[in-house]
Design a binder for this molecule. Structure first.
Ligand code: 26W
Length: 802
């Protein structure tokens, strides 16, 4: 393994760097500096040390003339960057000491940074973990996305109901990015397509410019740094001077307003199909800019476009950038004179597609008339692609059907590989959504099980456990996570288990402090911290968790002295603003918390907390402090999950179904160290064909029937007794996600968890085995898999090439 290319630095030199930035970049002296000023100065001082590895990596990439990876994603859910950079550079201890020597609280300065929340959930966070791993592995890569002015909305509760406000991360200077005014491309929309002298010409109706902003992404020990290039929309002309001179000031600024709308805001919907023109424009906007950019780079190096697939690997993160296929074909045909067949095969040689969901409502389809209006030339090219596909196979699968453009089919047909994100999910992709295309193109679908970066999700978010691991097995694990296996030899050692417990307790204490400071809430640190954090969705079944909580409350009340294991049920997550049922579930959790937390009989055993505005930074505090990880989706619905991996890595056993990557996590940690319950994916499908299955399940479970009755009759909503009628009736009548069917199994398994937790040393042993055995879920392993099976890209870090 190659040595760090980062120069070491003394605390006093680094302090001097910070002070220099405070003065020269912020125009402040130490006496008058605010927290913001300190944060900026620290960030700039760190950033200085990223630039050299970044240039060096770029130089090596050009020299190698090899293949580059282009990761196209509508979302990059990054979070804060200070610690990420400090840790990867090996500067974390120095940065903390420097801030201390300057009289500042390092943790407070770090926490002053707003999260870069350019994503909704799993898909966006995966893209961020992948960027970290691509750099750590030394694979030349660019991430391409949108520089949203407003990231994911901020959530707060009013009387328990979710409210949304705009997020404003760019209101302050974003120090990690470099504006590239010289890198910009025109993006055309609308207009019409005409034939002129045997040539097809797209006469566009409107044009905006895509302008680049680059953020270096430095990998472990600064050995390599890639670029995240985000596009902002700007007008082709700053403003319309003619209108201005006429005195029509509104009209004068209209082009600017129109253009900027495109990169204004992240769509907060992560399941339902949006079908809105602006969303389609966003997708084409960033995809076209990215394709133009990579082609310009390729051509500037003297490349022959026929050899493009040997130099360019484009990964489509879901269907959102699926227009990349037709866009590449369009440019090859219209600008470079390729024949259709040659253009399609060249484009396909470059493209691969990752599917992240089987939910039918989340598979993108555009109304064809809207599509023709926005992208008339691409519509024609899709017709050509479809014709070529029908001619080459015996397939009757179409891209254009029932007045819609089906982006999943388009992405599949234009990709040389299609991958699912867990073993179970990839099998289901073959058997369900894409079964016909799988038959047409056998071997095209493969699996790459998701992973997480251990640098953020263990090393930096969990210092007590990191230190214990270093002390036990050495410091080689952050870029070779399988080394955690070495911890297995120590789980029989009572001294090690005690230290593991001490680390967990420290993390729980940190969470208690944080929550008390932020929300004035006090938790019992000895209680089991039972955590479900993720987007709110019916299929993720936060509702089942809440029903179980109410059932437990009933039972404790009836028999308060039965030796209950104290629990804190922690929920976190946002609902899409238009997702009515998800918002009702949030409201119900908060209403139940109000009643249950006030009950003097149960107070010592059961508490519900739901901190507002769950985000990446909150996850970094909650996950290390978790005793029990809730991964309870209806089997067959969670494509992978990545939170499940973060919890296991930080020593929290899972209660979960056989869904997504849970299956593989259980295989790794061992059945004895995982609390399994519920129907399998096959049983779920079967159960749906049983008439009245929900009603039957409720009738068979007096415990569940009672809970539903309480909720429906307004026990938790005394001021509005009918509030949850609809929610409960929905469950009884069409419980698509089988909450009622899995309820008893879930409740019973929770009681097994209670007993297991009561034996602390044995519980901690189980927790430690979880940490020891999930090294395989490093995103380094995932990215190595993509590089080997899909991209065929070697590492350019000299000693890592093998
Ligand atoms: C139409 C808008 C839209 C936007 C985003 C539809 C669907 C999405 C994503 C597919 C939602 C998502 O984040 N999927 C999650 O991807 C993770 C990374 O692979 C998986 O771990 C999760 O199981 C999957 O739900």
């Amino acid at each position: 393994m190659s040595k760090s290319s980062v120069p070491t630095i003394s605390v006093s030199d680094f302090s001097a760097d910070i002070l220099r930035h405070l003065k020269q970049s912020l125009g402040k002296d130490a006496r008058h500096a605010s927290l913001y000023d300190w944060r900026m100065s620290l960030s700039l001082a760190l950033r200085d040390h990223v630039v050299d590895p970044w240039f060096e990596s770029t130089r090596k990439t050009y020299e190698a003339r090899g293949k580059r990876v282009y990761y196209l994603s509508m979302e990059f859910l990054i979070g804060r960057l200070i610690e990420d950079v400090a840790v990867n550079l090996g500067f974390d201890a120095i940065a903390a000491q420097a801030m201390q020597s300057l009289g500042q609280d390092y943790a407070e300065v770090v926490a002053n940074e707003p999260d870069a929340a350019l994503g909704n959930g799993g898909l966006g966070r995966l893209a961020a973990c992948f960027m970290d791993s691509l750099s750590t592995l030394g694979i030349p890569a660019y991430g391409y996305g949108i520089r949203y002015e407003h990231g994911l909305f901020e959530q707060h509760f009013e009387d328990g109901a979710q409210m949304e406000t705009a997020e404003t991360w760019l209101a302050q200077r974003h120090v990690w990015e470099f504006e590239r005014p010289e890198v910009s491309y025109p993006i055309h929309f609308g207009g019409d397509v005409v034939e002129e002298m045997g040539k097809t010409i797209w006469r566009a109706g409107e044009t905006v410019m895509a302008s680049a902003y680059d953020t270096p992404v430095v990998g472990w020990q600064g050995r390599w740094a890639n670029t995240l290039r985000l596009w902002a929309a700007t007008p082709t002309t700053a403003f319309d001077l003619e209108s201005f001179n006429r005195g029509d000031y509104m009209a004068a600024s209209a082009p600017e307003a129109l253009a900027r709308t495109i990169s204004r805001v992240l769509y907060p919907d992560d399941t339902t199909d949006i079908g809105k023109e602006l969303r389609l424009k966003q997708e084409y906007f960033f995809t076209s800019a990215s394709i133009q950019d990579l082609l310009r780079r390729f051509l500037s190096e003297g490349g022959d476009l026929r050899a493009l697939p040997d130099h360019v690997a484009i990964q489509l993160n879901d269907t959102h950038p699926a227009i990349a296929g037709p866009e590449l074909v369009r440019i090859l045909m219209d600008d470079h004179g390729f024949e259709v067949a040659q253009a399609i095969s060249t484009a396909r040689g470059c493209l691969a597609y990752t599917n992240h969901t089987l939910l039918p409502e989340a598979l993108e389809r555009w109304p064809e008339d809207l599509f023709i209006r926005v992208l008339p030339r691409h519509h024609r090219i899709i017709q050509l692609i479809e014709a070529a596909h029908l001619a080459a196979t015996t397939s009757d699968i179409r891209i254009l059907e029932h007045g819609e453009v089906k982006m999943g089919e388009l992405a599949f047909i234009m990709a040389h590989h299609v991958n699912g994100v867990s073993a179970l999910h990839s099998d289901l992709v073959k058997e369900t959504v894409f079964s016909d295309l799988h038959a047409d193109y056998p071997g095209r679908i493969i699996n790459q099980t998701n992973g997480i970066t251990p640098r953020r999700w263990l090393y930096s978010c969990n210092p007590p456990l990191r230190n214990l691991i270093n002390e036990t097995i050495g410091t080689g694990w952050p870029d070779d996570l399988q080394q955690l296996d070495g911890l297995s030899d120590h789980v029989g050692d009572a001294g090690f288990i005690e230290k593991f417990q001490v680390a967990k307790d420290a993390n729980k204490a940190r969470l208690c402090d944080w929550l008390h400071k932020r929300d004035g809430v006090s938790l019992d640190p000895h209680a089991m911290f039972d955590v479900q954090i993720k987007r709110i969705h019916e299929y993720k079944r936060q509702l089942m968790n809440l029903l179980e909580t109410v059932a437990l409350w009933n039972e404790i009340r009836e028999n308060p002295n039965a030796g209950w294991t104290p629990r804190v049920k922690i929920f976190g997550g946002k609902a899409a603003p238009g997702y009515v049922v998800a918002k009702e579930i949030i409201h119900l959790i908060n209403d139940a918390a109000t009643i249950i937390n006030a009950d003097p009989v149960t107070r010592d055993y059961l508490q519900i907390v739901y901190p507002e505005n769950y985000n990446v930074s909150m996850a970094e505090i909650l996950i290390p402090a978790t005793d029990l990880s809730e991964q309870i989706s209806t089997a067959g619905k969670e494509a992978s999950g990545t939170g499940n991996m973060k919890f296991a890595l930080n020593g929290a056993p899972t209660i979960g179904t056989l869904d997504g990557a849970n299956v593989e996590i259980r295989d790794c940690v061992g059945a004895d160290n995982f609390f399994l319950f519920g129907l399998t994916a096959a049983q779920v499908t079967e159960r749906r064909s049983v008439p009245e299955y929900a009603r039957r399940a409720v009738e068979a479970s007096p415990r569940l029937a009672r809970v539903l009755k309480q909720i429906e009759s307004g026990v938790f909503s005394p001021s509005d007794k009918a509030r949850y009628h609809g929610l409960v009736q929905g469950l009884m009548n069409h419980d698509y996600f089988l909450v009622t069917c899995d309820f008893d199994s879930y409740f019973d398994t929770q009681r097994i968890v209670d007993k297991a937790f009561a034996d602390q040393p044995s519980w901690t042993r189980m927790a430690a085995l979880n940490t020891a055995r999930v090294g395989w879920f490093s995103s380094d392993r995932t990215i190595s898999g993509y590089a080997r099976d899909i991209w065929k890209t070697p590492s350019l870090i000299a000693s890592m090439g093998s």
